[in-house]
Design a protein around this ligand. Structure first.
Ligand SMILES: [Zn+2]
Ligand SMILES: [Zn+2]
Length: 146
């Protein structure tokens, strides 16, 4: 997304009517770099917005995805919505669940496995998993103290 626009301008430019739910959800997920699940967004908003339902959050995120404001990927069986819509891979920490972006080279053609050469590939995305530096340090020091 472009950070040049404020949220109402951004929504209007994607032919989305300005509803309170859209403005609320957009304020959380489109105003900064975010990797969110519908449940996570709902948890963060429900206290201040009691009228908002989990289903509305999910539908709203789907609308943002459909018009290109978010992209979506699956991680551990959850749909994760990403405000970075450029092609990129992810790394996920298996302990603290942090997700970081691995920027891809826009011009670089994606590497395609030989068994997919007959396919017309529309997208590809890799998720690297492991321990992030903070969790890795924790596990190293835990081992030393044993
Ligand atoms: Zn971690
Ligand atoms: Zn991302």
């Amino acid at each position: 997304m472009s950070m040049m626009h404020d949220i109402p301008t951004l929504l209007r430019s994607h032919d989305l009517r300005l509803t309170p739910q859209r403005l609320t959800v957009a304020g959380l997920v489109l105003s900064k770099q975010a990797h969110v699940t519908a449940r996570g967004v709902y948890q963060q908003l429900k206290d201040d917005h009691p009228a908002l339902s989990m289903n509305t959050v999910y539908l709203t995120l789907g609308q943002f995805e459909a018009c290109g404001l978010l992209q979506r990927f699956e991680m551990n069986g959850n749909a994760v919505f990403d405000s970075n819509t450029a092609r990129h891979d992810h790394a996920s920490c298996s302990r603290c669940a942090t997700i970081i972006d691995l920027p891809g080279e826009e011009d670089e053609p994606p590497w395609i496995p030989a068994s997919l050469l007959d396919w017309q590939i529309q997208s590809e995305q890799r998720i690297w998993t492991g321990l992030c530096p903070a969790c890795r340090t924790d596990s190293d020091s835990a081992q030393l103290s044993d």
